[in-house]
Design a binder for this molecule. Structure first.
Ligand SMILES: [Zn+2]
Length: 270
């Protein structure tokens, strides 16, 4: 078996995860506090875990989260992690006008850079909903990759309207939210934490058998509960024990996969 790159990614939705759903959440202190827990308790535990295992990771940061918790940028950068774009107020692009989508991209870029982050090269849309308008914006603003779509389980070129962007794909089954996300309005799941280990390990095994990159998506307010984080640590230990794994930030994966896929695309045209 050959060594495969594995990416651990974290979406730091925090309070923006709710405020982006509507201003009615501004007065819902309990639900906002659960988002804040991700920053206050979840993130320090995650950073400690990653540092103990020497793992560089990718953090998708809404601009609003960065403004509300400005220490995050420095904290993530000094720990060697990638900061990528996750909108401004975590607004779903399919539910707003083209103007608001432009604002989400540009205000997000502005906030991250004003607070000291390098210009992000990667983007992940809120709830993984990508529209043609936001797709075009990503290309126009020069992003290297998107990580919102599910058209393959390997890096690929997501194409729309004759244009394409490098896609580092995701999937609901490789995300902590569908298994553990629960709220008083929509219900959801409070699943057995060990299921996360079983599913993630099975995906890792299949990615290794096929020699492909794979990535996992988590949220600090969800995975940052200690009994769940223990499952993530068990998963990391499992991958290390199997061997032939290299933990890679998505920007590193993009730097390799982008030129390879573009080269193949050119060859196909010739
Ligand atoms: Zn998110």
């Amino acid at each position: 078996m050959s060594e495969i790159p594995v990416s651990l990614t974290f979406d730091v939705d925090a309070e923006a995860g709710w405020l982006g759903e509507g201003q009615e959440y501004a007065r819902r202190l309990t639900i906002l506090s659960e988002g804040r827990y991700g920053v206050v308790r979840g993130l320090p535990r995650i950073l400690d875990l990653l540092s103990r295992h020497h793992i560089p990771a990718t953090f998708f940061l809404p601009g609003y989260t960065a403004e509300l918790h400005p220490h995050l940028i420095d904290l993530l950068l000094t720990n060697g992690h990638e900061i990528a774009h996750h909108g401004y107020l975590h607004v779903r692009s399919d539910q707003v006008s083209a103007e608001v989508q432009t604002e989400e991209i540009d205000k997000g870029l502005e906030a991250l850079q004003r607070l000291g982050a390098p210009r992000p090269t990667g983007y992940r849309s809120t709830s993984w909903e990508l529209t043609p308008e936001t797709f075009d914006l990503l290309i126009d603003r020069g992003f290297d990759y998107d990580s919102s779509c599910m058209g393959d389980d390997r890096p690929y070129l997501e194409t729309h309207g004759g244009r394409s962007i490098l896609e580092l794909p995701v999937h609901w089954s490789l995300d902590d939210w569908p298994r553990f996300g629960w709220n008083i309005d929509g219900g959801g799941n409070v699943a057995d934490p060990a299921e996360l280990f079983r599913c993630f390990a099975a995906e890792f095994d299949s990615a290794q058998a096929e020699s492909r990159h794979t990535s996992f998506t988590m949220h600090p307010e969800v995975i940052g509960r200690p009994y769940r984080l223990a499952q993530l640590e068990k998963f990391i230990e499992y991958m290390v024990s199997v061997g032939d794994v290299r933990f890679a930030r998505l920007d590193e994966v993009a730097a390799q996969a982008g030129p390879e896929l573009r080269g193949r695309e050119l060859q196909a045209i010739r």
